[in-house]
Design a protein around this ligand. Structure first.
Ligand code: ADP
Ligand code: MG
Length: 287
């Protein structure tokens, strides 16, 4: 893993400060994200995930503390656009993010705003559509696409800016299971194949199984930071918390309590099935 790409130090953010409506959405949060890392962010409704996301590309500026992207302080207005080019955002609603009448025009929107020469714009659009697996749909109208395809167009639009990092804020939440799987596979490939740093935010821990590391937020504070299995098992061991661990993790715990000998770190249905088959002393899962 490379150096820190994003450094967040003692980040506090208050909406409507100095009014009776003041809300401390982030409260002294510190973390660092390395270049090339795939970081998941989980937390219940209102835990501060979106407020955190919006600090990573200077859509919000700290009330206190600081955020640095590639060393650039987001509070420095002279670097706002450079920060936004380096850290692209994909949001929840696929219909709110596409602006053009044709897919390839939508992807070209960012590079055109950068004032790049037409040949360079075309090259970037081709590459970005290829990277999200939508090269064949380039002349379609966005309204002809599924939700998952629309989110992949939105991701391509970000990629065309050649970012170091993509932040996805609940980008799978409105999708059906197939669209969700498509988007997760696309994001994982961008990270593993192309080395793009990914910050994937979701209230659903199941979305974050492939992450290198998961940050858990509660009431604007970082309450866990570690590999997915460790964070999920910790959440699962905290009764009455605001988050549910993924079903596979809960089932594995129940089976262990019932006396089955299972290894730690089981996150997928396949891994759990294999471990159960092993524990029962047969190869039944492979039959
Ligand atoms: P999450 O994305 O985890 O649901 P948010 O970052 O959206 O959490 O919200 C964190 C806290 O800040 C919540 O208490 C929420 O009500 C509050 N909040 C979010 N946006 C605003 C806003 N524009 N004005 C006032 N309070 C807000
Ligand atoms: Mg949110």
């Amino acid at each position: 893993m490379g150096d820190a790409l994003i450094e967040v130090r003692d980040l506090t953010y208050v909406y409507h400060p100095d009014t009776p409506q003041a809300v401390r959405a982030l409260d002294g949060l510190s973390c660092s994200i390395r270049a090339g890392e795939f970081v998941g962010v989980v937390g219940g409704n209102g835990s501060g995930k979106s407020t955190f996301a919006r600090h990573l590309n200077a859509l919000l500026l700290p009330t206190a503390g600081e955020v640095r992207v590639g060393g650039l302080d987001t509070r420095d207005r002279a670097v706002t656009w450079e920060v936004r080019r380096r850290v692209g955002m994909v949001f929840q609603n696929p219909d709110n993010q596409l602006v053009a009448a044709v897919v390839e025009e939508d992807v070209a929107f960012g590079p055109e705003n950068l004032g790049l020469p037409p040949a360079e714009i075309r090259r970037r659009v081709d590459e970005a559509l290829e990277a999200v697996g939508l090269a064949e749909l380039r002349r379609r109208a966005p309204h002809q696409l599924s939700g998952g395809q629309k989110q992949r167009v939105a991701i391509a639009g970000v990629l065309a800016m050649r970012p170091a990092c993509i932040v996805l804020d609940e980008a799978t939440t409105m999708l059906d299971p197939q669209g969700r799987a498509e988007v997760l596979a696309t994001v994982e490939a961008l990270n593993r194949r192309d080395g793009i740093t990914v910050v994937l935010i979701s209230h659903a821990m199941d979305d974050l199984v492939a992450a290198d590391r998961v940050l858990a937020l509660d009431a604007g504070r970082l309450v866990a930071d570690g590999p997915p299995a460790e964070v999920f098992e910790r959440v699962d061991a905290t009764p009455g918390g605001r988050l549910d661990a993924p079903p596979v993790v809960r089932l594995a715990r129940e089976l262990r309590q019932a006396g089955l000998r299972l290894p730690p770190g089981l996150l997928t249905v396949e891994a759990l099935a294999d471990a159960i088959a092993d524990a029962l002393g047969g190869g039944a899962a492979h039959a």
